[in-house]
Design a protein around this ligand. Structure first.
Ligand SMILES: Nc1ncnc2c1ncn2[C@@H]1O[C@H](COP(=O)(O)OP(=O)(O)OP(=O)(O)O)[C@@H](O)[C@H]1O
Ligand SMILES: [Mg+2]
Length: 366
């Protein structure tokens, strides 16, 4: 799929304008703080109903205005559609697809698939396990509505259970009270575990292949899902999770929250057997994060039948020229939108592209 055009008004510093895009490579250049990232963010918002950092609506509406609008026209092989998002200070976000309001954000997923890569994406490799679970969750939610709803239920039960541990911490019946939630948490947890495991098993060989391409065959990336439930069936996973919750009751009571479950799982990244979280160079970590994102592009294509739109924000920092060239070669059949202070034309190897200048919130094709 590709974005044909975007109408934007009062989104952060962006002026009221329509930006027409190419179904191919689009390069947005400009000095710092001009609105390049803001434009990419608009597309993430149109796709997921939230910004990459889940900002509050009032922070993304222009400071001097009351409301912001984004209308995104999306083309797939067979369809044309429009996603409209209207944000008003003090009101609920309004989202419509083809003029029809939608009630739940879950209904927006799938109208526009994007994969967003920003400098912060390196956190998937470098930071704590939260970031890695968030990466799996975002991707799975885009392709699997059941996953989206299961995750919602899991988090709701987890919150209720955690509140109970805090509120009734001294209650002698706490263990019994918690057991009501445990079965449900274990049931939803086992579903999430199996889907995540399947996702990592699918993405790992693809990321490895792409990583080889980006590093010109010099390095080999391995991605492994780490969970205590490796090799279990759904039933076994459910029982394991429930038992673990019961067995660790005292620890949970002492610490005041649920200490076990799929919200504690992790992913390991290794290059030639070395854990790059601990021992990778900046460039190695960034290349691995990029390979992972590009693997998501391929998996989304395999699941949905269409490539998502690839948004690359400041992607060239820290990766060498050879890797930059390999990256652009890889994006050949995918609508790609790059935001960068400077762009070296020679990187494209002659691929035609549309060039935009971003200055003080105004985007002009040049
Ligand atoms: N709600 C808002 N209203 C008005 N301006 C805002 C709002 N939120 C952020 N901005 C401003 O938008 C400007 C542009 O931000 P953006 O992140 O898009 O820059 P950029 O072109 O990507 O720069 P860089 O090259 O440094 O990444 C910033 O100066 C920021 O202060
Ligand atoms: Mg930026």
């Amino acid at each position: 799929m590709y974005v044909q055009s975007v109408f934007v008004k009062n989104y952060r510093n962006l002026k009221e304008q329509t930006v027409v895009l190419k179904n191919g490579l689009n390069v947005f250049c400009g000095l710092n703080a001009q609105g390049k990232t803001n434009f990419l963010e608009c597309l993430v918002l149109s796709s997921l109903g939230k910004t990459p950092k889940s900002d509050k609506d009032r922070d993304i509406i222009n400071w001097n205005e009351k409301s912001a609008t984004i209308k995104t026209n999306v083309c797939t092989v067979n369809t044309k559609s429009q996603i409209e998002i209207k944000l008003t200070k003090g009101e609920k976000k309004r989202v419509a697809t083809n003029g029809m309001p939608i009630a739940k954000i879950g209904e927006l997923l799938g109208w526009l698939n994007v994969i967003y890569f920003s400098p912060a994406e390196i956190d998937v490799i470098r930071e704590g396990p939260d970031e890695r679970r968030r990466f799996m969750d975002i991707d799975l939610c885009q392709t699997d509505k059941n996953y989206f709803y299961t995750l919602g239920r899991y988090n709701k039960i987890l919150n209720q259970r955690n509140n109970l541990i805090k509120k009734e911490n001294n209650n002698k019946n706490l263990a019994e009270m918690l057991s009501i939630w445990d079965r449900q948490l274990a049931k939803e947890g086992a579903k999430l575990f199996l889907k995540r495991l399947d996702f990592i098993q699918k993405i790992s060989p693809v990321a490895c292949e792409i990583h080889k391409h980006l590093t010109s065959g010099k390095e080999c990336l391995d991605v492994v899902y780490q969970s205590e439930m490796q090799g279990t069936t759904k039933q076994e996973a459910e029982e394991f999770l429930a038992k673990k919750l019961a067995d660790t009751f005292e620890k949970q009571q002492k610490l005041g929250f649920t200490t076990s479950g799929v919200h504690r799982d992790d992913i390991k990244f290794a290059i030639d057997g070395v854990d790059i979280r601990k021992f990778g160079s900046q460039g190695q970590q960034r290349t691995a994060a990029l390979a992972l994102k590009l693997a998501e592009v391929k998996l989304l294509h395999d699941t949905v039948g269409e490539y998502p739109v690839l948004l690359l924000d400041d992607v060239f920092s820290e990766i060498d020229e050879t890797r930059q060239k390999q990256l652009l070669k890889y994006t050949k059949n995918i609508q790609t939108i790059i935001a960068t202070p400077k762009f070296d034309k020679s990187l494209t190897g002659g691929i035609p592209f549309n060039s935009f200048e971003v200055s003080n919130g105004e985007i002009k094709q040049i």
